[in-house]
Design a protein around this ligand. Structure first.
Ligand code: HEC
Length: 154
C-alpha cells in the first residue's frame, strides 16, 4: 500500500497539471483539427510545386510525401470520439454529425486518401510532370471527404 501511494504520488508529480483535463471532447476536436492542419501544410507545399508557384525540388517533394505517408499510418479513430461533432461543440469544429451516422462511408473516403498518398509517394521524386497528376488526384480525395463530412464554416 505504501509502495502504491509512493508511486501514485510520483506520477502525480511528473505529470503537468494541464494533462489532468486532456482527453475531453474539446481537446479531441483540437487534436483532430491539428491532424488535418498537418495534412494541409504538407499538401500546400506539394500544390505550390505542382502549380509552378515555387520551383520543383525533388527532395522537398519527397519530404512532403514522406510526411503524408507517416500521417496515413496514424489511425484517426480516436479523433472521432462520440460527442465531438459540430452539433456537440458549436463553433469549435467543422466535423458534421453525419460522420458518426455513417462511419463506413467516412472510412471509404479515408481509404481513397491513403491510396492516393501511396501513389503520390511513388512518383514525388520523378519531376514536376509526374507530381502534378498525383497531387491533383490526392486533392480530389481530400475534397471528396470534405464535401460530405466537413461543414463549410465553424
Ligand atoms: C476521410 C475524410 C477526410 C479526408 C480524406 C481529408 N479530410 Fe480534411 N478534414 C476532414 C474533416 C472531418 C475536417 C474537419 C475537422 C474538424 O473541424 O474537427 C477536416 C478539416 C481539414 C482542414 C481544416 C483544419 C482547420 O483549421 O479547420 C484542413 C486544412 C484539411 N482538412 C486538409 C485536408 C487535406 C489537405 C486532405 C488531403 C490531403 C484532407 N484534409 C483529407 C475530413 C477529411
Amino acid at each position: 500500500m505504501r509502495k502504491f501511494m509512493t508511486a501514485a504520488l510520483a506520477t502525480a508529480m511528473i505529470l503537468p497539471a494541464g494533462l489532468a483535463v486532456a482527453g475531453g471532447p474539446e481537446d479531441i476536436a483540437k487534436a483532430r483539427i491539428g491532424y488535418y492542419r498537418l495534412l494541409g501544410l504538407e499538401m500546400d507545399g506539394l500544390a505550390a510545386m505542382a502549380k509552378g508557384e515555387i520551383d520543383y525540388d525533388a527532395e522537398a517533394a519527397k519530404g512532403h510525401a514522406a510526411n503524408l505517408s507517416v500521417l496515413t499510418q496514424y489511425s484517426p479513430k480516436g479523433l472521432f470520439a462520440p460527442g465531438t461533432s459540430n452539433a456537440d461543440l458549436p463553433g469549435q469544429t467543422r466535423a458534421l454529425p453525419v460522420i458518426w451516422e455513417n462511419m463506413a462511408a467516412m472510412g471509404e473516403k479515408g481509404a481513397a486518401f491513403r491510396s492516393a498518398v501511396a501513389e503520390l509517394a511513388a512518383v514525388a521524386g520523378d519531376g514536376r510532370e509526374a507530381l502534378g497528376p498525383a497531387v491533383g488526384k490526392l486533392g480530389g480525395t481530400c475534397k471528396a471527404c470534405h464535401d460530405d463530412f466537413r461543414a463549410k464554416d465553424y
